[in-house]
Design a protein around this ligand. Structure first.
Ligand SMILES: [Zn+2]
Length: 321
């Protein structure tokens, strides 16, 4: 067995050409679909180099790492893919989740991101190119989705508790729409207590550890939904699509909480999500919600599901009974 595996697949893209491409396209977090011609992603990422060995150590030079980083910069905003029947542009909206998943703090354009990704690819049967292409993005999303609630049976009345209107984003929300599964509510309160202790979040709260009436962040927007209520929401938003308002919603269980993380509370437009993913509260949730048993729905920054046990996101929890 070769100790070091550096393989060239086809021709390594010339770095100067790639850098020119990056600067001409820009890689900001624009919400609008790119106006330039679609990029041939396969051509961009396929002729690439493996940048680590079997022990996860970097074997490529900095130039190869930088090439992967430059490809990630472009792909993060330009890569066209489909989710929930809708065309998606780039994966920059998921950078906080990807960073947390890889255990790093660096953005897509960094060598550290490429290296951490290559190590993850190597241990997950993918070519360790350090480039977040279709296969790797798909594999990561699969891990996230696999960590969510699987059994979406309707909660029974005795499993639910009615929460005070003061804890909801809409203080006039009707009582029948303020029900939460009991263990989920207890976990939410533990998580909230931890968030209130985090001074950088600046959450206005009362002396009894509840959020102040004029504080919006982390208040509950929506929790338990009956099948009838879900159908009503679907009729009101016929264009929400499968990725948004599911027929078989995790909200049926009372274990899914939509929490306010900024912007328009539950709006999936890229511009809105681009705002939400950079709020301190969302970033705190990404790093901390897992400790309290909550898992994200990557596509909706506000949607968190209580799965009952705190584990590493790389290590999906067992399905709930
Ligand atoms: Zn939700």
């Amino acid at each position: 067995m070769k100790r070091i595996r550096i393989k060239l697949f086809g021709i390594l893209i010339a770095l100067p050409a790639l850098v020119t491409l990056v600067s001409s396209l820009g890689h900001g977090q624009s919400a609008d679909p790119p106006s330039s011609a679609p990029i041939d992603v396969k051509r961009l990422v396929k002729p690439t180099i493996l940048i680590i060995d079997r022990a996860g150590q970097p074997v490529a030079n900095n130039e190869a790492l930088a090439t992967a980083a430059a490809a990630n910069s472009i792909l993060s905003s330009e890569f066209v893919w489909t989710f929930g029947g809708k065309e998606q542009h780039g994966w920059y909206l998921y950078t906080p989740l990807i960073d947390s998943f890889l255990g790093i703090d660096d953005g897509p354009g960094s060598n550290a991101f490429a290296l951490a990704l290559a190590r993850w690819q190597e241990t997950n049967g993918l070519k360790p190119t350090g480039v977040l292409d279709e296969d790797s993005l798909g594999a990561i999303i699969l891990k996230w989705q696999d960590a969510r609630i699987k059994n979406r049976d309707l909660a029974q009345p005795e499993q639910l508790v009615t929460v005070s209107a003061a804890e909801f984003y809409d203080p006039e929300r009707l009582e029948e729409l303020r029900q939460v599964e009991k263990t989920t509510y207890a976990a939410y309160k533990r998580m909230l207590a931890a968030a209130l202790k985090e001074p950088s979040l600046h959450l206005a709260h009362n002396s009894d550890g509840t959020l102040a009436s004029d504080e919006k962040y982390l208040k509950i927007i929506s929790a338990f939904r009956s099948r009838e209520y879900q159908e009503k929401l679907r009729r009101q938003s016929p264009h929400a699509g499968r990725a948004g308002l599911a027929v078989n919603s995790p909200h049926f269980t009372g274990r899914a909480l939509d929490l306010y993380v900024g912007g328009d509370p539950v709006e999936t437009r890229d511009a809105n999500r681009a705002f939400q993913i950079q709020t301190p509260v969302y970033r705190w949730l990404v790093r901390n919600a897992g400790r309290f048993g909550f898992r994200p729905y990557f596509y909706e920054p506000w949607h968190w599901e209580y799965v009952g046990e705190a584990t590493n996101p790389n290590n999906p929890p067992k399905a709930l009974p």
